[in-house]
Design a protein around this ligand. Structure first.
Ligand code: ADP
Length: 989
């Protein structure tokens, strides 16, 4: 009898022994393969089983194979060992296969009688009976199977099986840990970064091979010395602080320090580290960022260098611009003197040869001034000192004026020059019309310059602005059929002093500044300038510009077409399709009813067909130069046809077709217009043809200066530049005024103080002078002008041509402002007007409220005169000839009538003379005639003799000017006394 309690205790202690022995075997072995025989022995030994085998899974074949066998030393089962080693089990087959499939321990009391035990025969032969097996599970998955055999038949022992199942689990966990450990070790060895464990005692406990690779020290060297020894001396205190931070239990992220390399160089390390306080260690990972640091340092150096270079370049640009500004300023000063003195010289008696020489000097000086202005503009833009004006202006007028200025040159070359402003472009906008004109003149000027044949077309359209932009955006296009620009040169033409082709300068002239300035001006207008071009075919320059909408639109006069023009049928005859389209567009914009045809024959046919019907034409507008049948012939045909004779005919001529003027008159043409036709000119022509009260009439001229000063003035002139001083002094002396000229503001102040007994009537002060500038001197004078002392009018004089000078001078207490080059008439008019206003006891005005200086009527306004002839000099010459033949007769007539007291005849003759002298640009003469007319209109002729004398003087001066400008052609007898375009036709014939 066995004691069941004792045998239970015995079994339990054997199980415990088996468990311990297994654990021992595992801990002492490096791997499961190494541990397997010991585990087999430990279990067999402690449990009293004779044979054990260790089966591992062959993952590739998905089969179990025997890896290890152990037998009790006292027995042997050679045949069973052999078959176990040679056999392989699938999942579910035999004992190991069953354990594998179920993941559970299995017990067979007697294998010799088991149906699923392939080795049963051999087992029977060698006397093996009972068997059990259990799995080693790793994360729930069977890794291997252990099986044990006994020579006895044994009943299943549930407790034993559950103990073995626990053992299998533990082995699995143990193996799992070991594998993880191995993984970590492998990573530790492989890491590119430096990994370490550092004790709180200041020594490395463990370092990975990266340390040696990066710092050159062996592991032993690193572990043998305090780690601070390896830290760069400059970084030690920061490192100690970092270590303290860690020893307080906090992590350290993104800490950088330098370590010394064994070779004496150093390495930058970027650290992250975390402390394990209870183990008194720090886990650290460091990365070698030396290369990045060096790159950063190089980059920082480069950035510094770049900033330095940029600053230097900017300084150089500014210095260059300031130099250019100064230079052009310095050049303008003597140039002023040249222009002023030549003007004076041209006013004296000269031989024809001298006049020719001096006229050449003057035109050269004018050209030079233009270049200097370009340079000044450019440098102001470069130095960011150019501000745009903001005034209301009429877009169509501005574009038209700019384009018309080039009409003469275009016509000389036989080019068609046209412009087209889309109907939806508003008439009035706010912006800088002067600068817009400058850009247009430059681009259109280039187009004309670089085109030998064909046409130049300017188009203006609106563009959709951006979402939050309420401005008006315009798109300008200037197309030509000229030489074009090679693709590789296109980008360069906008650079300063650059031309597409070096030979350009020789052939076409120019400085290469125009487009550079234009581009910058356009950019200031929030637009851009670009070009599309093809060599040999032509170029299209585009630019955009933004303007503000005009708040009130008094200039929107043309758009609001008068009723009288509505529905009038006009026949447009032009061989050029673009021109036809533009004319039709303009006429239609006033609600007229235009019809266009391309030649004279078609025109005649259309006219004849329509004439008997209600759809007859009210007017014809025809180009004069057309292939086959020209405009004149068409005019003759019309005039020869009784039914058509009455239709008013408007002729389009090109500027420079001087011989045409007389033909126009002979042919009874109602009006003529020079191409390109300006919107306002066409409107005025039709308005006048159909007697519409036009709202485009220019305002009456401002009152001109008297031909003689009312009284001699005492003028104080402060100007540091000797030539200018002389120029101003001479001009004023010639007018009979006395001048005291000083060189600077301090002297001016002294002269002012000394003049209490005999006060000056007016002072002229240069802005910039040594000692004391004009502004400062003015302020000082204003301070000294206590009550009782009469206020001295002061006029500023400057060559600056900068915006804001007028404001500055007015703010300083000056009364008006004159910019150089000195305009003789303007100087005189301003000086005399201010002195007279002051002398008449006029109350001193608040300077800021002073009106803009009124432009005096000049003796000869050549621009206005050329405008009247559309820029045609030859035509102007003829008109002047007519005027010269006429004027003396008119004067004699006036004199006779005045003597006879016939005010009405005086009025009519003065009125007629006023018109003809105005046509040829005699602004001052026109004013004198107007005065005489006004006197006569009052019915009495009081003062008429004085007015007549003035008129004579003015006409004499005008005569001089005509000679000076070389506009006196050998007089031709012609019977017409007015400009043809001015003649009016009856209403709707
Ligand atoms: P420039 O005063 O020399 O004309 P710009 O700056 O106005 O200077 O023009 C620069 C160059 O661009 C010109 O010299 C010319 O080579 C080229 N260019 C400008 N406009 C045209 C054009 N319409 N057709 C062909 N070439 C042009």
């Amino acid at each position: 009898m066995t004691n069941p309690e004792a045998s239970g205790r015995d079994a339990q202690s054997r199980r415990l022994t088996a468990e311990h022995a297994t654990a021992r075997a595992l801990v002492s072995a490096a791997s499961m393969d190494e541990a397997a025989p010991k585990i087999l022995e430990a279990i067999c030994d402690s449990l009293g089983w004779e044979h054990g085998a260790f089966w591992t899974i062959d993952r590739t074949a998905d089969l179990l194979r025997c890896a290890e066998i152990w037998n009790l030393p006292s027995v042997s089962f050679p045949e069973f060992d052999a078959i176990s080693r040679s056999i392989a089990f699938q999942r579910g087959i035999g004992l190991p296969g069953r354990v594998w499939a179920s993941g559970q321990p299995a017990w067979i009391p007697d294998v010799t009688s088991d149906t699923n035990f392939p080795r049963s025969k051999v087992a029977a032969r060698e006397g093996l009976h009972a068997a059990f097996g259990f799995p080693i599970l790793l994360r729930g998955e069977v890794q291997s199977v252990l099986e044990f055999f006994s020579r006895e038949i044994r009943k299943p022992d549930a407790e034993l099986l559950s103990m073995l199942s626990a053992v299998g689990h533990q082995i699995g966990i143990f193996l799992d840990r070991r594998r993880a450990q191995e993984e970590l070790d492998r990573f530790f060895q492989l890491s590119i970064d430096m990994l370490c464990i550092v004790g709180f005692d200041g020594y490395f406990k463990r370092v990975n091979p990266a340390w040696q690779r990066i710092l050159g020290y062996t592991q032993e060297e690193l572990l043998s010395r305090p780690y601070l020894d390896f830290v760069h001396p400059d970084d030690r205190s920061a490192t100690v602080a970092g270590a303290e931070h860690l020893s307080e239990g906090k992590e350290l992220l993104h800490f950088e320090n330098r370590y010394l390399h064994k070779d004496g160089t150093m390495r930058w390390l970027l650290w992250t580290a975390a402390p394990i306080a209870d183990q008194q260690v720090i886990y650290g990972a460091a990365r070698d960022i030396t290369e990045r640091k060096e790159a950063e340092a190089t980059l920082a150096l480069l950035v510094r260098e770049l900033e330095f270079s940029k600053r230097r370049a900017e300084e150089a640009t500014e210095a260059k611009s300031a130099f250019l500004a100064n230079m052009s300023h310095e050049i303008r000063t003597p140039l002023n003197a040249i222009l002023g003195m030549t003007s004076l010289a041209l006013g004296t008696r000269l031989t024809a040869e001298q006049r020719d020489f001096i006229t050449t000097v003057k035109s050269s000086a004018d050209a030079l001034l233009e270049i200097v202005n370009d340079v000044l503009d450019f440098s102001k833009i470069e130095a960011r000192r150019l501000d745009l004006e903001r005034v209301q202006f009429d877009v169509r007028e501005t574009v038209g004026d700019a384009v018309k200025l080039l009409a003469f040159r275009a016509s000389e070359k036989g080019l068609e020059l046209a412009y087209d402003v889309a109907r939806d472009v508003p008439d009035a906008l706010v912006g800088d019309p002067g600068r817009l004109r400058q850009v247009l003149i430059n681009i259109v000027g280039n187009a004309v310059k670089f085109t030998a044949a064909g046409e130049v077309l300017v188009r203006v359209a609106t563009r959709q602005p951006g979402d939050d932009d309420r401005g008006v955006h315009l798109h300008f296009q200037v197309s030509d059929t000229g030489i074009g620009i090679p693709g590789d040169k296109v980008a360069h033409v906008f650079e300063a002093f650059t031309q597409a082709d070096a030979s350009t300068t020789r052939r076409y002239g120019g400085t290469g500044l125009g487009l550079a300035i234009a581009r910058r001006l356009v950019e200031l207008m929030n637009g851009r300038l670009w070009v599309e071009s093809e060599v040999g075919l032509g170029s299209t320059f585009h630019f955009t510009a933004a303007f503000e909408p005009a708040s009130d639109t008094p200039a929107a006069r043309v758009a609001a077409a008068p009723r009288e023009l509505e529905g009038l049928r006009v026949l447009v005859v032009d061989d050029n399709a673009t021109n036809r389209r533009i004319l039709v567009e303009m006429l239609a914009s006033w609600h007229m009813a235009p019809t266009a045809v391309g030649d004279a024959r078609a025109a005649l046919l259309a006219l004849q067909r329509a004439s008997p019907t209600a759809a007859h034409f009210h007017a014809v507008i025809t180009d004069c130069q057309m292939p086959e049948v020209d405009g004149f012939t068409l005019a003759r045909w019309i005039k020869n046809d009784a039914r058509l004779r009455g239709i008013p005919l408007v002729m389009l001529t090109s500027i420079g077709q001087s011989e045409d003027a007389s033909r126009l008159r002979r042919l009874g043409i109602s009006a003529y217009l020079t191409k390109p036709v300006k919107h306002s000119d066409l409107f005025n022509t039709f308005a006048s043809l159909f007697s519409v009260a036009t709202r485009l009439e220019a305002a009456e001229d401002a009152p001109p200066p008297t031909p003689r000063p009312r009284r001699p003035l005492r003028v104080l002139v402060a100007e540091d530049h000797a030539v200018n001083r002389k120029l101003v002094t001479t001009i004023l002396n010639k007018r009979g005024h006395t001048v005291e000229a000083v060189e600077h503001g301090a002297a001016a102040l002294a002269a002012f103080e000394a003049s209490a007994d005999q006060p000056f009537d007016i002072a002229i002060m240069d802005f910039e002078m040594p000692e004391l500038g004009g502004l400062e001197a003015t302020k000082a004078i204003r301070q000294r002008e206590g009550d009782g002392r009469r206020r001295l009018p002061i006029v500023a004089l400057t060559a600056h041509a900068m915006e804001g000078d007028r404001q500055r001078s007015l703010a300083a207490g000056m009364d008006d402002y004159l910019s150089k080059p000195i305009d003789v008439d303007r100087l005189i008019a301003t000086v005399e007007r201010l002195a007279d206003a002051n002398g008449a006891g006029a109350p001193a005005q608040d300077a800021a409220s002073l009106p803009e200086a009124v432009a005096p009527a000049v003796t000869f306004d050549a621009d206005a005169a050329l405008r009247h002839t559309g820029g045609d000099r030859d035509l102007l010459k003829q008109l002047i000839a007519l005027y010269r033949a006429d004027a003396p007769m008119s004067i004699r007539k006036i004199a006779r009538a005045a003597k006879a007291g016939d005010a009405e005849t005086v009025r009519i003759a003065a009125h007629t003379l006023k018109g003809s002298v105005a046509t040829v640009g005699g602004a001052a003469g026109r004013a004198a005639a107007a005065r005489l007319e006004a006197i006569a209109r009052s019915g009495s002729l009081d003062g008429a003799d004085v007015a007549l004398a003035r008129l004579r003087t003015e006409l004499e001066k005008l005569e001089h000017e005509f000679h000076a400008a070389d506009l006196v052609a050998p007089a031709r007898r012609a019977g017409v006394r007015r400009a043809p375009g001015r003649r009016r036709q009856g209403r709707r014939s």
